[in-house]
Design a protein. Structure first.
Length: 229
């Protein structure tokens, strides 16, 4: 009687699995799956090489920007040649009546040069005859008031951005949806490096698309497309 011992059952199982493997190997569909596996492997290798190249370029750009930032932080020494000389004291102001009396008493060939009156508004010494025209100058224009600074957007409304990550983005100067919307692919990789995020996190969460919807006031569409997980 067959298959009554343990050894016979082991032999039967080995023959069964051997026939199964042989059948799968000879099946025409296995070649298609091998081709697809090879194509997927090649695509992944190409994507990885491209990602590594972009990361290297992003790191080089970050290092260059940090060097420029350090150079701009250095003290700028003002050259001595540009220092303004102290102004000489202006002559004492004289009235028009006093100047007329002194000019009338002096001989014709010894008449003094035109006297000067000090114009405080202009910081200049002008002839007495022209000092009356100083008041005709309009007062200096007031400095324009600074434009109000736009309030920061709530970046935590983006899916994938929590409060600690929002604060870290603010430390990097990114406080508005437009800052996220204007990121390029290289900027995304550099930002992920600065925030210690996994590569491709910003693209997978679609931060730029979310920022566009929120900036344009399409909050309902944003909630529909990007529900909270």
């Amino acid at each position: 009687m067959l298959f009554t011992t343990f050894g016979q059952f082991v032999v039967l199982l080995l023959l069964f699995f051997g026939g199964l493997v042989l059948g799968l190997g000879l099946h025409p569909g296995s070649r298609k799956w091998r081709k697809r596996l090879y194509a997927e492997s090649e695509a992944y290798s190409a994507y990885r090489r491209k990602a590594e190249t972009q990361i290297r370029e992003g790191n080089a750009r970050i290092a260059e920007l940090e060097r420029e930032n350090e150079a701009l932080k250095g003290p700028v020494a003002a050259p001595e040649a540009l220092t303004e000389p102290s102004p000489e004291p202006a002559p004492e102001p004289a009235t028009a009546a006093e100047a007329a009396e002194q000019d009338a008493d002096a001989p014709a060939d010894e008449k003094p040069a035109p006297r000067y009156a000090y114009a405080p508004a202009l910081g200049l010494a002008l002839p007495v005859a022209a000092s009356a025209a100083v008041s005709a100058f309009p007062p200096p224009l007031a400095a324009p008031e600074p434009e109000p600074v736009a309030e920061a957007d709530d970046l935590s409304r983006l899916r994938g951005v929590d409060e600690p990550l929002k604060e870290r983005l603010a430390d990097l100067g990114m406080t508005h949806f437009a800052d996220i919307e204007n990121l390029s692919a290289e900027d995304e990789m550099a930002l992920e490096k600065r925030l210690d995020l996994p590569a491709g996190r910003i693209a997978s969460e679609q931060w730029r698309d979310q920022a566009t919807l929120l900036r344009t006031g399409k909050a309902k569409l944003h909630n529909t497309r990007f529900p909270d997980s």
